[in-house]
Design a protein around this ligand. Sequence first.
Ligand code: NAI
Length: 357
Amino acid sequence: MAVAKNRCKITTIDQLMTHKVVLIPGDGIGPEVAEATQRIIDAAGANIEWTERHAGVAALERGADNVLPDDTTHAILEHGIALKGPCTTPIGGGFSSINVALRKKLNLYGAVRPVRSMDGVPTRYDDVDLIVVRENTEGLYSGIENVISKGVVTSLKVATEDACRRISKFAFKFASDQRRKKVTVFHKANIMKLSDGLFLDCARDEHKKGGFDLEYEEVIIDAGCMRIVQDPKYFDVILCENLYGDVISDLCAGLVGGLGVTPGANFGETNAVFEAVHGSAPDIAGQNIANPLALLMSGVMMLRHIARTRDDATCKDAANRIRDAYNASLIAGEKTRDLGGSLGTSEFADAVIKRLK
Ligand code: NAI
């Protein structure tokens, strides 16, 4: 009763406040999971006004002359928030990653990927609850590669003090805001003494300067990977440079049910783009079998971000109700195939909508 009364009051106040969000469906399974996610967010009564823009192969198919059209980046800069489906990047040749370009262009330097065990998704581990924080703008992802001579190529790993400090500060503040206890920095500074060494120096220094009530730890990444699969509960927040964060995110997704249940967000100073950890999954695209949950959970992160930064109770309420609804669906066995269920992408969305309270 109290909840219903409260919700009534919230709706009246927030009818005045609508949030414009750029929706980028993306490639492969992107349009299917984006449609399901958008439908659930709308059904939950979140006050979102969607502006659809395109990136990737989808943009080329609509007549754009490149994979990241200006009207897409301009729309994100204008509204500050986007929900993005995955975009395909060709392997070995062809165009460079749109995802990397977007993160660099908008300076979305901090990726946050929460990894949590979920009731109704049985895995080897019961109570994994960790967050991967990944530097998003440099490292080996700089894509600076050269052919030195026939049969010899180099790939440059870039580390700058500014970016290493910025991601460290971000990670400690984020961990502290989330009331986390420990930040573990994954590195390979025994081999990459200068680049990973700089990352460690900055992380140590920012931890000391910030005065955070957080335990600080450094772990060499290979030993860290072994520890993750042996005892994932040991970790709380893991801070990494770009490539390590990419690999560790998928490793951690495997602890809790796979890429269908691992959401993510990319933060800059003024913009945020929310996207699942998974890619465009061409092997299952167009078949209505992809799990939309990872993008939906990214959408819930987006609603919480709006609620927090714009003090909007309607978004907070919608985020909580969507989370409760998908948890109830999973517990009842209403799942897509990747989680051992039999529902299609759109049927799963229908099931979650039915469970919205
Ligand atoms: P992927 O994540 O697309 O797929 C890996 C495996 O997980 C596949 O077997 C796929 O069917 C499965 N999978 C992924 N998402 C799923 C979902 N929601 N439901 C059920 N099963 C799911 O990774 P892959 O194959 O390495 O990359 C495919 C393309 O996606 C590449 O072009 C890659 O560059 C791109 N990519 C884009 C990302 C982004 O836009 N942020 C992130 C990762 C990859």
